[in-house]
Design a protein around this ligand. Structure first.
Ligand code: HEM
Length: 161
């Protein structure tokens, strides 16, 4: 008879799954409406064939604000019960050990940590944005540049979730 067999642990505990999902929905909405806002008002690095939509900025702001409200709960979780999914003091030296599970865990921890930083930057710079800048054609504000860079950071991360 088997003894001490532990039931298989789910990959993500329920609370993490919940906070992750709620944040993910907001981020997805914010990123898609952000792309449309960029398309409508900016387009310096190319445009998609979407109709201009001056209402999209407000819709983006709503998704952004929703993300801003749920994301702190995910961060709290990550820093407490989710600590081991973030970078550890020795993580960077383990990145090359890809013949062992720790090498892959370390890459995952690095990705998780960088994502928290990128999204913090995105919501904070968003909060610093003025909703009149883009309609007035003012594209060279520092907070707008930071906001765009954070979006690229989140975009690079998205396919790996
Ligand atoms: C990961 C991507 C992004 C996230 C999470 C995000 C989040 C946010 C947040 C939290 C706000 C503040 C909303 C408020 O105070 O009510 C905001 C505002 C804004 N964002 Fe983003 N944003 C992202 C990408 C972008 C991009 C690429 C653009 C480019 C056009 C953009 C354009 C704006 C504008 C124009 C505002 C001001 C609108 C307003 O306050 O209603 N965002 N964003």
């Amino acid at each position: 008879m088997k003894k001490n067999v532990q039931p298989t642990q789910p990959y993500q505990p329920l609370l993490l799954r919940l906070l992750h999902g709620l944040t993910g929905l907001g981020v997805l909405g914010a990123m898609l409406t952000a792309a449309w806002t960029y398309n409508t008002y900016d387009g310096r690095w190319g445009k998609l064939p979407l109709p201009d939509n001056r209402a999209i900025e407000g819709i983006h702001g709503t998704f952004g604000l929703y993300t801003l409200l749920v994301f702190p709960a995910l961060v709290l979780y990550a820093f407490h019960r989710g600590q081991r999914r973030l970078l550890q003091p020795d993580s960077l030296t383990k990145l090359t050990q890809l013949d062992q599970p720790i090498g892959w865990y370390s890459w995952g921890r690095l990705a998780n940590s960088l994502t928290l930083i990128a999204l913090t930057l995105a919501v904070f710079s968003g909060k610093m944005m003025d909703d009149t800048w883009l309609p007035k054609g003012e594209l060279d504000h520092l907070w707008y540049s930071i906001h765009l860079i954070a979006w690229v950071g989140m975009g690079v991360r998205s396919p790996y979730t």
